[in-house]
Design a protein around this ligand. Structure first.
Ligand code: AMP
Length: 213
C-alpha cells in the first residue's frame, strides 16, 4: 500500500491532475465526505487528508509514504529526514510583509524602529528581519493575520499572498516580498527504499507533467 498525505483545498485540487498523470483517481471528494482516508482507483494507493502543517510530520514518521506540502510549511516546521525530489509548481504564492495603508514602513526601517510583527511564520519572519538587520517583536498567530495591523496588535504581518485581494480588501499594502512559494513532493526515506518501484513510478509521472521553471 502506498499512502499519500494531502491537505484539503488548493493543494488537493491542484494535485488531482498530477495524480491523473500517474493513472490515479481519488474516489471521494474531500469537500463532500467526512472520511479522512480516501480510496483511489488503484487498490494499492490511498490518500490521507491531514492539516497542511501536519503533512511533513506524517511523512517523516511514516504515517504516509509521500506527501505534498508548501515550501512555507517545510521551512517553518522543518524537513528533517524528508526526501524532496520535486518542486511541483502548484499552489504558487509568495510570502510578504504587509502593513496598514499609510504606515510608513520604509521610514520605520530607516529610523531603526522596533517593529511588532504578527505571523504564523515565526521562523521565516525571524530569519528575514535578522538578515535585514531590523529589530522585531514577533507575535505568533494561527489565522486572520490581516486583522493584526487593523486592531493595533502589530505594525506589520508576514503572510502568504496570492492575488493580493485579501490585503486590498483589508486596506493593507505589501511592502516586502520575502520569497516565492510553491508546493513540494516529500517522500519518506525508508519508504523510498522499501517501496522503490511504485514510489518511483509516481515521482516520474508527476515529473512528466510539472512545467519546467
Ligand atoms: P489572495 O487574496 O489571493 O492574495 O490570498 C491570500 C489569502 O489566501 C491569505 O489568507 C493566505 O494565507 C491564503 N493563501 C494564498 N495562497 C495560498 C497558498 N498557496 N496556500 C495556502 N494559503 C494561501
Amino acid at each position: 500500500m502506498i499512502t499519500l498525505a494531502l491537505s484539503k483545498g488548493r493543494i488537493f485540487d491542484e494535485t488531482l491532475p498530477l495524480l491523473k498523470a500517474a493513472g490515479i483517481e481519488v474516489l471521494d471528494d474531500p469537500e463532500k465526505t467526512r472520511k479522512l482516508i480516501l480510496a483511489t482507483n488503484q487498490p494499492d494507493v490511498r490518500v490521507v487528508l491531514v492539516r497542511a502543517t501536519d503533512v511533513p510530520t506524517y511523512v517523516q514518521y511514516g504515517g504516509a509514504d509521500l506527501g505534498i506540502t508548501g515550501k512555507d510549511t517545510l521551512l517553518e516546521h522543518g524537513s528533517d529526514g524528508l526526501y524532496q525530489p520535486l518542486d511541483l509548481q502548484i499552489a504558487k504564492c509568495r510570502i510578504s510583509v504587509a502593513v496598514r495603508e499609510g504606515f510608513d514602513y520604509a521610514a520605520a526601517v530607516r529610523q531603526g524602529s522596533r517593529l511588532t510583527v504578527a505571523t504564523k511564520y515565526v521562523a521565516i519572519a525571524r530569519d528575514f528581519f535578522a538578515t535585514k538587520g531590523v529589530h522585531v517583536d514577533l507575535i505568533k498567530l494561527y489565522g486572520s493575520m490581516e486583522l493584526a495591523p487593523l486592531t493595533g496588535l502589530a505594525d506589520a504581518i508576514v503572510d502568504l499572498v496570492s492575488t493580493g485581494n485579501t490585503l486590498k480588501a483589508n486596506h493593507l499594502v505589501e511592502v516586502e516580498h520575502i520569497m516565492d512559494i510553491s508546493s513540494r513532493l516529500v517522500v519518506n526515506q525508508a519508504a523510498l527504499k522499501l517501496k522503490q518501484e511504485p514510489i518511483r513510478r509516481i515521482i516520474d509521472a508527476f515529473a512528466s507533467v510539472v512545467e519546467p521553471k
